[in-house]
Design a protein around this ligand. Structure first.
Ligand SMILES: [Zn+2]
Length: 190
C-alpha cells in the first residue's frame, strides 16, 4: 500500500499507464494536510480541527473501457466521516463522504473529435484533461471538494427555515427560540 504523508504527498502517478495496465494505486491522505478541504471543516471551541487526526483512504483504479484503445478512465474511490459546519445554525454537521466516480482520461495532444466529445457528454462522462502524471493527493482532494454539499445543513436544524415558515410548511422549531431568550433577558434588565 502506497501511503502518502507529509514527505511523500508530492508523489505522482501516471494515470494513462495505470489505465493501460488495469492496475490500481491505493493510499491514505491526512485530512489535516488537505488545506482546501480543511477550510470546509468544523473546528471545536478552541479552534482545533475536529478531524485533525482523520486519515482518508483512497483508491485510484485504472480502467480501459471495453478494451478499446484510447478509451481510458480512472475510477476514484474514497470515504471519510468528516465534520462540516451547518450553514444555518453554524453547529457541527457530521457528513459521511462516499466517493466512487470514474473520469475519462483526455491526454494532451490527443484531441477528441467534436462527435466524440458530444458522445461523451451524452453519456454523462466527466473528462479529466491530462498534461502528464498527476499528484494523487490533489486529484482526490479536487473530487472530494466536488462531492461535498454546496449548502451543508442539518436535516432537522434547530434554527427554523424562514422560507418554509413563510410558505406555511411545518417547521421543527426549538422550544425556546434565540429570539425569545433574548427578549426575556431584556426584560430582566429592566
Ligand atoms: Zn443546523
Amino acid at each position: 500500500m502506497a501511503s502518502l504523508n507529509a514527505s511523500s504527498a508530492q508523489l505522482v502517478v501516471d494515470l494513462l499507464a495505470l489505465a493501460r495496465e488495469g492496475s490500481e494505486w491505493v493510499g491514505e491522505l491526512a485530512v489535516a494536510q488537505m488545506s482546501r478541504l480543511v477550510e470546509q471543516l468544523a473546528v471545536d471551541n478552541t479552534g482545533e480541527l475536529l478531524d485533525a487526526e482523520l486519515m482518508m483512504p483512497f483508491r485510484l483504479q485504472g480502467l480501459c473501457r471495453r478494451g478499446e484503445p484510447g478509451e481510458y478512465a480512472v475510477r476514484i474511490e474514497t470515504r471519510a466521516d468528516v465534520h462540516l459546519c451547518c450553514q444555518r445554525c453554524l453547529e457541527v454537521l457530521p457528513f459521511s463522504l462516499r466517493l466512487d466516480k470514474s473520469l475519462r482520461l483526455a491526454p494532451a495532444g490527443k484531441l477528441f473529435s467534436q462527435a466524440r466529445l458530444e458522445a461523451l457528454e451524452a453519456e454523462g462522462a466527466e473528462v479529466l484533461p491530462l498534461n502528464g502524471p498527476v499528484v494523487p493527493a490533489e486529484l482526490v482532494e479536487n473530487e472530494v471538494l466536488l462531492g461535498l454539499p454546496v449548502y451543508p445543513r442539518h436535516e432537522n436544524c434547530s434554527v427554523p427555515d424562514y422560507k418554509q415558515a413563510e410558505q406555511g410548511g411545518e417547521v421543527p422549531g426549538p422550544t425556546t427560540s434565540p429570539f425569545k431568550v433574548a427578549l426575556s433577558t431584556l426584560r430582566l434588565d429592566h
